[in-house]
Write a protein that binds this ligand. Sequence first.
Ligand SMILES: CC(C)CCC[C@@H](C)[C@H]1CC[C@H]2[C@@H]3CC=C4C[C@@H](O)CC[C@]4(C)[C@H]3CC[C@]12C
Length: 366
Amino acid sequence: MDGIDPSMKSVGINYPYVRRRKKLPDPVEKEKGVSLWSMIKDNIGKDLTKVCLPVYFNEPLSSLQKCFEDLEYSYLIDRAYEWGKRGDSLMRILSVAAFAVSGYASTDGRSCKPFNPLLGETYEADYPDKGLRFFSEKVSHHPMVVACHCEGNGWRFWADSNLKSKFWGRSIQLDPVGVLTLEFDDGEVFQWSKVTTSIYNLILGKLYCDHYGTMRIQGNREYSCKLKFKEQSIIDRNPHQVQGVIQDRSGRTVATLFGKWDESMHYVMGDCFGKGKGSENFSEAHLLWKRSKPPKFPTRYNFTSFAITLNELTPGLKEKLPPTDSRLRPDQRCLENGEYERANAEKLRLEQRQRQVSQPNPSHPL
Ligand SMILES: CC(C)CCC[C@@H](C)[C@H]1CC[C@H]2[C@@H]3CC=C4C[C@@H](O)CC[C@]4(C)[C@H]3CC[C@]12C
């Protein structure tokens, strides 16, 4: 417990070092190729979340754990808190905006489905190395709703999420419904919603996702922020672009943001995208956020280093967890270990039981 998280040096918060795993277990079995299209064609018109796919299309994380993935760059909220405390509310909202974008970085290169949690399933994470305590739970099955809550140093973050999905043949469009709230100890509150995510190449080619639409970050003090996630066009030479502005109460643009959700975000003071303005002052751009390096041991799921740690189960932790925790799901655990046959059998068993029980017992959903 003596290391320093390098990302925090600039605001002077020294978090303790916690030893976490750097790789997933080596797979027990060899994987077989199964075509996604062969599975989808029998399910056209159905909701992506309701299609029963074999476990080969899953990643060993539940949707509850994926909510925590969005907090990988929580140091941006710590920074936002510190800036606000020093009276710099513009730097505060810029850091919050960078945080809202940073949550998308981990979706780059991912093509597996998270496990759909059972009703009453939970996930809790204690990360003193990031100054975080996190909790999430599946609170409704139809519609599927996940609620989460997170406490950091000087702030709290909570959200509920539900996805509306549309199947377009070769792609699936996911529209998140729900509000994300960030409240600082000094009473400043920010709220925003997530943009549309689409998954392409369900039939042919490499599966990938893109995020597009407008995100409005509403504050309860001077500033609010509008971020545009540009929709990728065919053979786009500059995909994943995000541009935005910070406006004061009178609607005047005080700062401009630009970057890519899978790379970095920068800001410049003033209005760069306004009428008659060129991009000449982009040379005075300041870095807000940069994505971390990929892990030393890549996984077949394209996990980030942070994602690799989320399903770790040490003997000490197992003792403390409630029986509803995602880390205890046998099918997900088998997949993580590369025991695909057993994972499939366990997944079928759990899903059948979930369907049979009209009133599941939340203390023993697994
Ligand atoms: C048909 C199957 C095999 C395809 C799997 C597609 C993968 C890429 C999909 C399945 C579920 C998807 C996630 C579902 C929900 C969200 C929340 C949203 O606010 C950001 C994107 C994110 C995190 C999606 C990213 C892409 C995703 C992981």
